[in-house]
Every structure is written in C-alpha cells, then in structure tokens.
Design a protein around this ligand. Structure first.
Ligand SMILES: Cc1cc2nc3c(=O)[nH]c(=O)nc-3n(C[C@H](O)[C@H](O)[C@H](O)COP(=O)(O)O)c2cc1C
Length: 346
C-alpha cells in the first residue's frame, strides 16, 4: 500500500463513526469561573497571542492532518484559507509523501499563507541521519518550523507500521540543531505523553511540546476501521493514553517555562479556554477542522470557535486569553459535596 492510498484511507476512517477515545479528555471535571459581573465589555477582551515567533489572532491551531492525496489539496486549501482569514496557526499533515514526490506540493500548499505554518514528519521518518530531510521539507513548504509526531501505538497497530523508536530522541535533538533558529515542536497524535517524555524533549531543545492527549481521535481505532484484521489488537487501546488535561498538567510540571500546546479531544472554545487556564500557550483541534473542511465551512467553524473562546474568557472574568490562569478554574461539585448525607442514620 502506498503512502498516498494510506493517507486517503485515514481521511475516510478518521471522519467516520466510532474512532473517538473511550474516555474523556479530563476537562469534564473542571469548569471556568462564571462572573455574573465581568466588569468589562465583551469587545474589550483580547485573544491575540504570540506563538513561536508569530502573532496570532487567537491561541488556536489547526492540528496536523493531511497532504499527499488529491482530497488533501482541497482540504488543505480550505484550512489555509480559514487559518489565514482568522490569523490562526496551521500545521500541515506528514510531509513524507512530498519528500518522495515533489509533485505533491500543491496538495499541501495553496496561495493562502497563515501567520504560522508548520511542516510535519513522523518519528519513523526522522530516525537515523535524516536531519537533512527535515530541512528539505521545511524549505519545500516554506514553513516557519517543523512539528514531529510521536505515534507509537499507531505504528504498532498499523499492519505496515514501523514501531522502531530506538534513537528518536537523538534524532529530534539533531533536527533541532539543524533547523535552528526555526522552531521544532514535538507532538503526540491523541494518546498524550508521560512527564518523563516531556523532560527528554525539553533536554533535546524543542521549542514547544503539543501533548495531543487522549479524549478525541483514537489512532488505534482509526487503524482498526481501516483494516478489520487489526481490530482485535486495536480494541484493547480504545481507552489507552493520558487524557489531555492530565497530560497538560504533567508537561507543565515537567518542563517549567517550556511552551506547552494542548490538543486532543477539544470540542469547543470553552474547552480551549480551560486548557489555557491550566497553562497551555495555545490549543489545537484536528477532527473538528477535518469535518468542517469536508463540509466546506472551515472558516465559519474557526469563527465560531473564536467567538466561543472570547465569551468564555469574558464571562470567566479574565481580560484576555493570555491572562486566563488557574484562578479562573473550579472543580465541578457533585451533589454529595454540598448536600448533607442522605439516607444513613445520623
Ligand atoms: C485525518 C487526520 C489525519 C492526521 N494526520 C496527522 C499527521 O499527518 N501528523 C500528525 O502529527 N498528526 C496527525 N493527526 C493527529 C492530529 O494532529 C491530532 O493530534 C489528533 O487527531 C488529536 O486531535 P483531535 O482529537 O482534535 O482530532 C491526524 C488527525 C486526523 C483526524
């Protein structure tokens, strides 16, 4: 099976039913403070954010998805239009197909240029002395930097996968050195990360980490949908991984000062606001934007997300997205926390 056919299958399977994680993103137990008296006008709330050297209209990224298939050309053009119109970051899908065939460039890039455009490669493609590949990809795409995805479970479940991860940290450090001063961001694909991983990545010199936690698209289940032979293996990983909220907290504690991006199962601007309050520097969404781009309303979806985020920041009492912090978070109370014990003898 070629990379191109596999990418096309992934688009179909990821947009289909039953590929969501069996478990939440960890944000369900949290709510934002609700200020009945926000004491400022909604229009005065600012969302502008500096991320990896770019000024964004809001701390939002379209997470890495596609490139290298005819369908990707249309989807990436729509995503680039939305990201450009709303001044958001856009992470392109894996550039492996482009490195193999330059003719694929048009399936990644259109004339629209978002303020932050990041290329993407997988751990399996960077092992060994391949820092030059990463450099070539960034040049071909005229990108502002590179994201590297860590997808151990997917590689292990995929029939043609390459679950060879020995030496990946060294390869990341070599790419960081090769691309400097351009930023290298390392991300998961929806299973999150352990704090120990984040420590290793910080030592390797990455510019930011995207925890891409559990709670949204589950790549074991996507592979199971693509090929029923791997379903029995994939099914055991339906609830695997670190929920996004937990992965985010762990990453911030493991690497104080390192920008941490939150993604994985974020549903709306309220979820985004919660991750910012937990300490994320920006937040990403993939499947939501995939469905929007397929329906040709990526720009409208981005506008709604931004509006939801603005209202959430305002009503929680913060002046701007960058001022959201833990003081704006509340644990959801359960009735047994505030009702006297019912039923039992006093
Ligand atoms: C159709 C599709 C293709 C994806 N391809 C890539 C990819 O090429 N590289 C990558 O780093 N992540 C890829 N991802 C993973 C996403 O970037 C993201 O980490 C993951 O889907 C979790 O986010 P979500 O729950 O918002 O979908 C892909 C996701 C989708 C839905």
């Amino acid at each position: 099976m070629t990379v191109v056919t596999r990418k096309a299958d992934h688009l179909r399977a990821a947009a289909g039913a039953d590929v969501g994680h069996d478990g939440g993103n960890g944000l369900e137990g949290l709510r934002l403070s609700h200020r009945a008296l926000p004491e400022r006008d909604l229009a005065d709330v600012t969302l502008e954010t500096d991320l990896l050297g770019a000024r964004l209209g809001a701390p939002l990224l379209v997470s890495a998805m596609t490139g290298g298939t005819p369908a990707a050309e249309v989807l990436n053009a729509r995503l680039a239009r939305a990201a450009t119109e709303h001044r958001l970051g856009l992470v392109l899908g894996s550039g492996r197909a482009l490195l193999e065939d330059r003719e694929q460039l048009r399936t990644y890039r259109s004339d629209d240029r978002p303020p932050l455009l990041l290329a993407n490669l997988g751990a399996a493609q960077i092992r060994g002395p391949h820092a030059d590949r990463a450099e070539r990809l960034v040049e071909l795409l005229d990108a502002d930097g590179l994201t590297i995805h860590l997808n151990a479970i997917q590689e292990a479940v995929q029939p043609e996968g390459e679950p060879e991860f020995a030496g990946v940290v060294d390869a990341i450090a070599a790419i960081v050195a090769r691309l400097a001063p351009l930023p290298v961001v390392v991300k998961e694909v929806g299973f999150g990360m352990d704090p120990e991983d984040v420590t290793l990545l910080a030592q390797a010199g990455v510019a930011a980490v995207d925890v891409a936690g559990a709670g949204g698209t589950n790549w074991a289940l996507v592979e199971g949908r693509r090929d029923h032979r791997v379903q029995p293996l994939a099914a055991a990983f339906a609830a695997w991984g670190v929920p996004t909220a937990e992965a985010l907290q762990g990453a911030i504690a493991a690497a104080p000062g390192l920008p941490i991006i939150a993604s994985g199962g974020l549903r709306d601007g309220v979820d985004v606001a919660k991750t910012l309050a937990l300490g994320a520097c920006a937040s990403g969404l993939a499947r939501t934007f995939l469905l929007a781009a397929q329906a040709d309303d990526a720009s409208e979806t981005a506008a709604v997300l931004i509006c939801q985020l603005r209202v959430a920041v305002w009503a929680s009492g913060a002046a701007s997205a960058s001022r959201l912090d833990r003081s704006h978070l509340r644990e959801r109370a359960r009735p047994r926390d505030y009702l006297p014990r019912l039923g039992g003898p006093e």
